[in-house]
Write a new protein. Structure first.
Length: 276
């Protein structure tokens, strides 16, 4: 049976799933940004299909799942930003204080659709600008763009790690020994693999193979988005391969009609990142 192989962790505001018994720890994170929720569906579908293949002793992407899971332990945080997702998807009570506050913030940014344009957590802080990896540079850039207080996107917060979701992810990472990390975003069909001058061993080689398997472009992170992200901190702190995957193409939130294409494009990334 499957259940003894899967462990559920409650880590502050998110759920983490552990799958496998191997010594190599691999980490996948989804939905850092609220209107990129389709990445949670991607990761949960991947886990479901891995479970089915495990029970059938069959393959995924040409590799036997039981063999993968004796070599690796996969950790998955499907949704880092559940409160933001509830806002975007209309699940948040319109009479709640959280919704009222978000609506108040959004009125300052009339060019950003509400709630569909919301990327931040429910406090109006961008969780991918919360990590101690060039945070002051990120602050300078985003302040120059007009994001100086809580907003639907691009506000860095008053300091690194002020938000409970970012704190939980930071501490969760420190408590493990991840050899490689994949954080999922949308959109653009790109793979970002570097942080500043850090070039972890095998990072380029692995990135090239992930790009080949998906058809995505392996790219350097654009300068204005190249600081204070989770991937940036992971690379800086561990000097190990870390990747931001920008799945799909279009305007966020991507329609669910894109899901099959996104899953097929990313299946190789999800499997190979555990093996390379």
């Amino acid at each position: 049976m499957l259940l003894p192989l899967v462990t559920v962790y409650l880590a502050c505001l998110f759920i983490a799933l552990r799958f496998g018994t191997g010594s190599k720890e691999v980490f996948y994170c989804g939905t850092t940004h609220a209107n990129e929720w389709i990445t949670s569906t991607l990761l949960m579908t991947f886990l479901e299909n891995m479970c089915v293949a495990y029970n059938r002793n069959s393959n995924i992407y040409g590799y036997n799942v039981k063999t993968i899971l004796t070599k690796c332990t996969l950790y998955i945080v499907p949704m880092l930003n559940p409160d933001g997702v509830n806002l975007v998807n209309g699940s948040l009570n319109f009479n709640s204080n959280a919704y009222t506050y978000a609506r108040y913030i959004a009125r300052k940014y009339p060019d950003i659709p509400f709630p569909s344009g919301w990327k931040a957590n429910i406090n109006g802080v961008d969780l991918n600008l919360q990590f101690p990896a060039g945070w002051e540079n990120a602050k300078k850039i985003k302040y120059s763009q007009g994001y100086t207080s809580p907003s639907p996107m691009n506000y860095v917060g008053s300091a690194p790690l002020t938000e409970p979701e970012a704190q939980a992810l930071y501490n969760f990472t420190l408590s493990h020994n991840f050899r490689i990390m994949i954080t999922y975003h949308t959109q653009g069909k790109e793979i970002y693999w570097q942080f500043q001058n850090y070039n972890p061993p095998n990072s380029l080689r692995i990135g090239q193979q992930l790009a080949k398997s998906s058809g995505y472009t392996l790219s350097k992170t654009p300068y204005n988005s190249s600081f204070a992200g989770y991937k940036d901190w992971f690379i800086q702190n561990y000097n190990r391969p870390g990747y931001t995957i920008e799945a799909g193409l279009g305007t966020n939130p991507l329609p669910i009609s894109q899901f099959d294409e996104i899953y097929n494009d990313n299946l190789g990334i999800l499997v190979l990142s555990a093996l390379l």
